[in-house]
Design a protein around this ligand. Sequence first.
Ligand code: INI
Length: 155
Amino acid sequence: MQMIEGNFTDADGRYVIVVGRFNQFVVDSLVEGALDTLVRHGVNEDNITVIRVPGAYEIPLAAQAVAERGEVDAIIALGAVIRGSTPHFDYVAGELAGGLNKVQLDTGLPCAFGVLTVDTIEQAIERAGTKAGNKGSDAALAAIEMVSILRQLGE
Ligand code: INI
């Protein structure tokens, strides 16, 4: 039997964090978590780029531009989409998830999904470095793992 899984010991790739600035109070903690996780797993700070876009809706287009330019091993998408009293949430979150997945499938570049899609600000805060962990950190780990897996698969 052959088992292929990612490891976290040779995280020396080039990472781009694409972050939607909307709900910045929460999002800044996600960025902090992602940066901390990348660096503590051995990624050189010089190999990390942070791109700030207006909101989550803009993330896929920026991610696509990054992927097409090359010279990157993974993208980490961060943001916070918080439900309001109108259907706006569904459009933003839906287009974000579909668009980001399209980028990773079209280009073969791992795009980790670290965008909170929650009903309340409290739920967002819980997931941005308080009692439910830090989804920015989780997304960074997923990115490191996918880089490792794709390398083993010869990509
Ligand atoms: N963008 C977010 O990242 N989170 C939100 O909660 C949000 N809400 O609720 O409106 C949001 N909207 C902005 C959107 O992402 C675009 O920036 C905007 O529509 C301009 O294209």
